[in-house]
Design a protein. Structure first.
Length: 136
């Protein structure tokens, strides 16, 4: 269970925002591995996992796209009912808030790749470290 850096871009929700970011990163040879783009009252928060954070930061800066970095957890859970519930319950018991979460099934579909931003990443790592996430 690695802790990784995701990039967060906060922009007005309007046509072309995602296309622009994807175009800038694509032209720089940066692959987007996962993203989440919820909207709240006309404002979007695009969270991106990319294959090369440093290259992405350079490309976004050159394109004058403001971003911030955010620590996140990436979990590989068995793609079955209740798997996410077990992780969420462990974090609840440790009094760790889940600030943001998104997921995608793995290529073969047997695993679910879950990305979490939490209130205390170090405590979350310690809490989940002892659990066998391969069984969840």
């Amino acid at each position: 269970m690695p802790a990784i850096t995701q990039l967060v871009i906060s922009e007005e929700s309007k046509p072309g925002t995602l296309a622009n970011v994807a175009s800038v990163l694509g032209a720089a040879g940066v692959n987007i591995k996962a993203f989440s783009a919820p909207e709240v009252a006309g404002h979007g928060h695009l969270r991106l996992l990319v294959n090369d954070v440093e290259k992405a930061k350079v490309a976004l800066t050159k394109a004058a796209i403001k971003f911030r970095e955010e620590a996140a957890l990436v979990l590989s859970l068995e793609n079955k009912p209740g798997a996410l519930s077990q992780v969420a319950e462990l974090l609840t018991q440790a009094k760790i808030n889940i600030d943001c979460a998104y997921l995608t099934p793995s290529r073969e579909g047997r695993r679910a790749i879950v990305v979490l931003t939490v209130s205390n990443i170090q405590q979350a790592l310690a809490t989940l470290q002892d659990q066998s996430l391969d069984e969840i």
